[in-house]
Write a protein that binds this ligand. Structure first.
Ligand SMILES: O=C(O)CC1=CCC(=O)O1
Length: 92
């Protein structure tokens, strides 16, 4: 099952810079592991915003929730989820 998730990140402006750096590094490692596993099929930065679109390819709603809520930055992320179905006009 595929889901397009828009994540908008709002880190507190007064967050300790060291903690911020650790969060960013942990987020990168977690995200790259999911990409290597194919559970994040693609990720894009929204130009000009601290936000991204992530295409998840997972087995269930529950797996999606587990992965999104496991993001190190989860407490600072507003996630909007859209479930994707096959488009009847798709040639793939
Ligand atoms: O957009 C970000 O930097 C936060 C994020 C979530 C998954 C990822 O790889 O980065």
């Amino acid at each position: 099952m595929q889901y397009m998730v828009r994540m908008t990140v709002t880190l507190p402006p007064d967050l300790d810079p060291e903690v911020r750096e650790q969060l960013v590094a942990a987020e990168k490692a977690y995200s790259q592991r999911l990409q290597q596993e194919g559970r994040i099929a693609a990720i894009w930065r929204v130009a000009g915003q601290f936000a991204n679109y992530c295409l998840f390819d997972v087995a269930s709603h529950d797996e999606l929730h587990e992965l999104v809520s496991g993001l190190p930055m989860f407490g600072y992320i507003q996630a909007e989820v859209e479930a994707l179905a096959t488009h009847p006009n798709s040639i793939r």
